[in-house]
Ligand binder design. Structure first.
Ligand code: NAD
Length: 353
């Protein structure tokens, strides 16, 4: 029997269609009276709707979140929270909005109520990041962990198929790497395997029938488990590559995850056969890496770095950056092999058997 240590992350989850109706009571249960509502400019209407439900418990709305939390955006949100004397944050949106709330919470200690509208899984983790001078630094801090998460599938029906697919693949990537993490334990592996299964069965339906509430709920359930697994263990080569590509070339986050995942999985294939068996079974495929590639293709998500804005002459530098500092990965991280992986990902080749 293998021994392990597992730090359970405390948060309350309220799940189901229409659960946004309970937002005001969740704020009250925290002992808060002045919520600052955060969102992106594109989701301003949703922020207004949350504010309407909060009534007198709204201190303000700040719908200025953008991808990767630029330090100026974090400073501005912190300043607004101070000016309106907010005593809690309601983050309604995707990983970018929740990321902004985390950056504010780490400094102010304000509790976060997260209402995710994508499948990034960020709402279940204490991981936060801020970008300064083109470099995104991430860290873990208990203050960044949302205290309450409201998963309401009704709020996700407007998420377009072309965002839903990659976002779901981003969550699947958390499950894949959690299954072979150095500090995985039986509970995180259960969450990762079940999260992957739920997402793999939900995503093809979600992109075909965006208003299918059952499938939207299934995808959110999978994202919850994926985020919970991500929050509890450390990640390997896949997340390192995505972080490097996103930060250095400003590529879209979920799309990068979608493209890299089959290739990073193929890279680790021989080193972790049991994790590969679980991933393949969850996908209903013979091979984990090929199954991930086929799923991305089936849901109309991108499969080539060249198609999402990556310059081919940046591949050498990416391989360099991703291999220069040691970190855990089931198979040793070596420049030549990683460079080949990136070439396959650039051209969108199906991983070899
Ligand atoms: P996002 O939050 O940037 O959202 C993508 C776009 O979709 C935005 O324009 C947003 O306004 C729009 N959108 C979101 N929900 C919508 C809905 N229901 N209907 C219509 N439009 C909607 O994208 P994301 O992929 O969710 O988040 C990416 C960010 O999250 C990255 O910065 C990444 O680093 C971070 N992230 C952090 C963690 C963590 O644990 N800290 C985990 C995963 C991702």
């Amino acid at each position: 029997m293998r021994s392990f240590v597992y730090d359970l992350l405390p948060s309350r989850v309220v799940f189901g269609p229409g659960t946004i109706d309970g937002l005001a009571s969740e704020v009250k249960a925290l002992g808060a009276k002045r919520a600052l509502v955060l969102s992106t400019p594109g989701q301003r209407k949703l922020a207004d709707e949350a504010s309407r439900r909060l009534g007198v418990a709204t201190a303000g709305i700040h719908a200025e979140a953008v991808m990767h939390v630029p330090v100026e955006t974090a400073r501005a949100a912190r300043e607004i929270a101070r000016r309106v004397a907010a005593d809690c944050i309601v983050a309604i949106g995707g990983g970018s909005t929740i990321g902004l709330a985390k950056a504010v919470a780490v400094d102010t200690k304000l509790p976060i109520i997260a209402i995710p509208t994508t499948y990034s899984g960020s709402e279940m983790t204490p991981i936060y990041g801020v970008t300064e001078g083109g470099l995104k630094r991430t860290a873990r801090d208990a203050k960044a962990q949302p205290r309450v998460v409201i998963y309401d599938p009704n709020l996700t029906v407007g998420l377009p198929a072309k965002v839903s697919g990659p976002s779901g693949m981003n969550a699947i990537a958390h499950c894949v790497e959690a299954l072979y993490a150095e500090n995985a334990n039986p509970i995180t592996s259960l969450m990762a395997a079940e999260g992957l299964r739920a997402l793999a069965r939900a995503l093809p339906i979600v992109v075909r029938e965006p208003e299918n509430i059952e499938a939207r709920g299934d995808a959110l359930y999978g994202a919850w488990l994926a985020g919970a697994a991500l929050g509890a263990v450390s990640m390997g080569l896949h997340h390192k590559l995505c972080h490097t590509l996103g930060g250095s070339f400003n590529l879209p986050h979920a799309e990068v995850h979608t493209v890299i995942l089959p290739h990073a999985t193929a890279y680790n294939r021989a080193a972790v056969p049991e994790a590969m068996r679980i991933i393949a079974a969850g996908l209903g495929a013979k091979d984990a890496a090929q199954g991930l590639y086929d799923l991305a293709k089936a849901i109309g998500a991108p499969i080539a770095l060249g198609d999402i804005g990556m310059p081919e002459d940046g591949l050498d530098r990416t391989a360099q950056l991703a291999t220069e500092n040691p970190y855990y990965n089931p198979r040793p991280v070596e420049y030549e092999a990683v460079r080949r992986l990136l070439d396959d990902a650039y051209h969108g080749r199906r991983p070899a058997a």
